[in-house]
Write a protein that binds this ligand. Structure first.
Ligand SMILES: [Zn+2]
Length: 235
């Protein structure tokens, strides 16, 4: 389901050619752009054109690596899932608004139609045309909106369901990012803690290198001395 939406977003932004990018990229690993071009069977310039369009909208991001021998940069790409979802949400909200507007208009306004040419007019335009078709001269009839309204309402339901899904995915993605952040913070803290004792240990080792060793030697030798004594007592 998520892939389906991502695909729709990619096509909306970069055209039909961007359709299959969704199957080659994900939100985790960066993928070499030459590999992408090869897999989509297009030139590297065509590939970059698509990726730049997507990246302008924040839908993908890249890192670059320098080829040490050839001296040029190769870009590696991944999908920005949260940003893509938020982008799609904005489109959905707009579509829902438009559909609501169309429904309201169909419910409150009269529409006319030329049955022969199947052309539709709203009230103002029908009046301007004197309720007569420019093409065939037939007189307009009042349009029955029930079928159109049903279509619009069905579409509205679909859009609303998609919005619920996208909202859930956005929530999930935000939680994932939050967890990742916390993990990284913990890792950083753990690294700091490790660094301090290491330094202290090194300093301590430099200052008093001779005192520790004899202390360690004393303890086992005492035990050794005690053990045979115990054995003697038992016997
Ligand atoms: Zn007509």
């Amino acid at each position: 389901m998520l892939k389906k939406f991502l695909k729709e977003i990619m096509i909306a932004v970069a055209g039909k050619q961007a359709e299959d990018i969704v199957y080659l990229l994900d939100g985790k690993k960066y993928v070499n752009e030459f590999l992408l071009a090869k897999k989509l069977d297009i030139t590297i310039n065509q590939m970059r054109n698509i990726l730049y369009k997507l990246s302008d909208c924040g839908l993908v991001s890249s890192i670059r690596k320098k080829d040490k021998r050839k001296g040029w940069y190769t870009y590696f790409w991944k999908i920005e899932i949260l940003k893509s979802l938020e982008f799609f949400k904005r489109i959905l909200v707009k579509r829902i608004e438009q559909t609501n507007h169309q429904i309201k208009s169909r419910e409150t306004k009269q529409f006319y139609i030329c049955r022969r040419c199947n052309i539709e007019f709203n009230e103002e335009n029908a009046l301007l045309h004197n309720f007569t078709c420019n093409e065939c001269g037939a007189i307009f009839t009042i349009k029955d909106n029930t079928k159109v309204l049903k279509e619009f309402k069905k579409n509205l339901d679909k859009l609303k369901k998609e919005l619920v899904f996208v909202d859930e995915e956005i929530k999930k993605e935000k939680e994932k990012l939050e967890k990742k952040k916390i993990k990284e913070l913990k890792k950083q803290k753990a690294e700091k803690k490790l660094k301090i004792p290491k330094k202290k240990a090194r300093i301590a080792a430099k200052k008093k290198p001779t005192k520790k060793k004899p202390a360690k030697k004393k303890t086992p030798s005492r035990r050794k001395r005690l053990k045979p004594l115990r054995k003697i007592k038992k016997k």
